[in-house]
Design a protein around this ligand. Structure first.
Ligand code: NDP
Length: 370
């Protein structure tokens, strides 16, 4: 292996690369294939350039294609507001990557050229529907040896999201889950299929809500109990069950009207929802007012539920190489497997996005890039 001390001349000389880009927000027809996307450059000494072999798609890609979250992402990309509106284009989507390190910045210590890595890409960075992507070294992790690149690209974004929601926000970890009762609302998609497996590996008792036709699928991933939400108001069968220590809500809508009553009161039990109005607020009201509204909303809800003895929290994706290191060990130990529902070739990116947009996911959609 080559040490990560200098840039390789071969990729230094490249200036363009193939990629799927969007030049404006809209429906699927804004996706454009180009062979002339700008080659990513290392701007900070802790960055690496990765050759993409596979890219995973998430509902966020469909949202971002239509402009969802653009106000917050613009602020992250350009905190001083120096750039003109629209400077994010051409924008590259794709939040999961599995690939090989091509070049390292001068401060990168733990990775070397040719290392096989995986990562979840923060939404304000250029994505993985391209031949190369640049990321910070603390966002990447050595990929599980037991997985192909296609399989590996199915996990990072949902794993980092579930980790952030369950571990950082929910307070769960491998040492405190035994016999904890966890309810996952929406268990058959990307986040749910990962969360079920991680919680089962940690010894939790996992109940899942899903469609009737997904019950067998989520049970095969380890779910102890399933409830069909298509059979009628799902809160009714859930109310008949023993109360829960934690609820992970991947569904949103009206769930928080009834879900918090399913928690064990005055025991530290938490409801963590991934479906929050944060990005809609900032898109609609602008950053300052949007963030203020968000703080008031989440604060007042947290206080209201605290008075009933349960904790109300919002969960968010957080990029984390160290979290992916732990997930890698669980994957290589056979405790977690990727759930790839469908794979597409690089020329089929619009069809892959269409698949994600249709919903009813049973695991993940992955694009083979390299
Ligand atoms: P997916 O699209 O992969 O999965 C959603 C799953 O939920 C599908 O399997 C769907 O199947 C099922 N579903 C739909 N409606 C219900 C319902 N009422 N009850 C139970 N299951 C239902 O999404 P992800 O798993 O990737 O993400 C889940 C949610 O979390 C999304 O809303 C996403 O936007 C959000 N998210 C938020 C993040 C954050 O930072 N806050 C980060 C990542 C995700 P079917 O329709 O067939 O039942």
């Amino acid at each position: 292996m080559l040490p990560c001390l200098q840039l390789r001349t071969s990729s230094r000389s490249m200036t363009v690369m193939p990629a799927w880009v969007i030049d404006k927000y809209g429906s699927n027809d804004v996706l454009r294939f180009t062979r002339n996307a700008s080659f990513p450059t290392i701007n900070y000494p802790n960055e690496v350039i990765i050759k993409v072999f596979a890219a995973g798609l998430n509902p966020l890609d469909v949202g971002m294609r239509a402009g969802y979250g653009s106000a917050t992402m613009s602020m992250q990309r350009d905190p001083l507001g120096m750039n003109q509106s629209g400077s994010e284009f051409p924008l590259i989507l794709g939040r999961d990557v599995s690939g090989v390190v091509m070049e390292c910045g001068l401060d990168v210590k733990y990775f070397r050229e040719r290392d096989e890595v995986w990562a979840a890409i923060p939404p304000w960075k250029q994505g993985s529907l391209a031949e190369f992507v640049v990321l910070s070294a603390n966002e990447i992790s050595l990929k599980p040896k037991s997985l192909s690149h296609t399989e590996a690209a199915a996990l990072p974004y949902v794993a980092a999201t579930a980790w952030s929601a369950l571990v950082n926000t929910g307070g769960l970890n491998k040492d405190n889950c035994t016999n904890k009762r966890v309810l996952i609302l929406g268990g058959s998609g990307g986040v749910g299929t990962f969360a079920i497996q991680m919680l089962k590996a940690w010894g939790a008792h996992v109940t899942v809500s899903c469609s009737l036709n997904a019950e067998r699928f989520v049970r095969e991933l380890g779910a102890d109990h399933t409830v069909d939400y298509t059979a009628g108001p799902v809160e009714e069968p859930l109310r008949a069950l023993q109360k829960f220590d934690l609820i992970l809500d991947n569904v949103g809508g009206d769930t928080e009207r009834w879900a918090l009553a399913l928690l064990k009161p005055w025991s530290g039990a938490k409801y963590v929802t991934l479906v929050t109005p944060f990005l809609q607020n900032t898109d609609r009201l602008g950053l300052a007012d949007g963030m203020m509204k968000t703080a008031v909303t989440v604060g007042s809800k947290a206080l209201k539920h605290l008075m009933n003895g349960v904790h109300y929290r919002w969960g968010f994706f957080a990029p984390s190489g160290p979290a992916l290191d732990e997930v890698r060990d669980m994957v290589d130990a056979g405790q977690i497997r990727p759930v790839v529902e469908e794979t597409f070739s690089f020329s089929q990116v619009p069809a892959a996005m269409e698949k994600v947009e249709k919903g009813h996911a049973r695991g993940k959609t992955v694009v083979q890039v390299g």
